[in-house]
Ligand binder design. Sequence first.
Ligand code: GFB
Length: 313
Amino acid sequence: MPEAFSLSGKRVWVAGHRGMVGAAVVRRLASEDCEVLTAGRAKLDLNRQADVEAWMAANRPDAVVLAAAKVGGILANDSYPADFLYENLMIEANVIHAAYRFGVEKLLFLGSSCIYPKFAPQPIPEDALLTGPLEPTNEWYAIAKIAGIRLAQAYRKQHGCDFISAMPTNLYGPGDNFDLDSSHVVPALIRKAHEAKRSGARSLTIWGTGTPRREFLYVDDCADALVHLLTHYSGYQHVNLGFGDDVTILELANMVSRIVGFEGAIACDATKPDGTPRKLLDSSSLSATGWRPKTSLSEGIRLTYDSFLSANI
Ligand code: GFB
């Protein structure tokens, strides 16, 4: 696939560089001939339009990777709907509009696989968007992310902006959030298995029934795909970014226990939500460009556990 946008000599703002995805994109861009711009929360509040526009006017990025978002697992999404809807709407509206105002050549907006209907066909194609009701536990975040996709498309349609969107599946990896209330399932199970092993507990408890299926993409593979899309894709349609197959949560719990070295039982807390029964993405548009993920789930869990251990010793 020919290069649609060259990074050579360009100033690339990674918005959300301290988050798991943003940090992985910064790592991936280190091998490119470009200047990476970052702005921490203390320096720039993305919820404030005037601050975003002042920063853009002063720093004039040529490209923007919009990885900044308020993210969380199923319980956090279900517990704080106003935060997830408001903050994600503000961040994307402020950054996308400022990118248009200050002539950014290329912007990549990051969404999530939860934008699709709860009972979408599996694997989920990009055109399943808005064809059915969303999963209630994360509809707030999903609506914000759908608005972001549409905003990027609107600026392309009305102003000819080369703004694209990528919809990653569930991500995990170094720099993940391991807080048991707000995290996603992979870091949560890594921490639970680690603490159960250390305490000699006879079992660890997973949320829900363990029967939902999830697809998981290692964050450094995601970052590589994002840079690939930034440089090779310029289109109206958002692009699914998946791994290619999925596992049940119970299979995941057993895999994490084996890798962490926890040998106890797995118990299920049916008072917690299962969420969407399955959300395996159809990533054939991306694989048609020649991109493939490199990191298997077991290898990615091992790498994530190693990063957890080095951060918690
Ligand atoms: O990763 P997770 O929180 O988010 O949950 P979703 C995935 C599945 O793992 C759900 C189960 O069925 C959970 O019930 N699970 C089992 C656990 N044990 C645990 C645990 O200890 N912690 C967590 N967190 N889950 C998210 C959306 O949905 O997907 C986000 O809420 C985002 O907004 C993300 O879109 C990609 O996959 O259900």
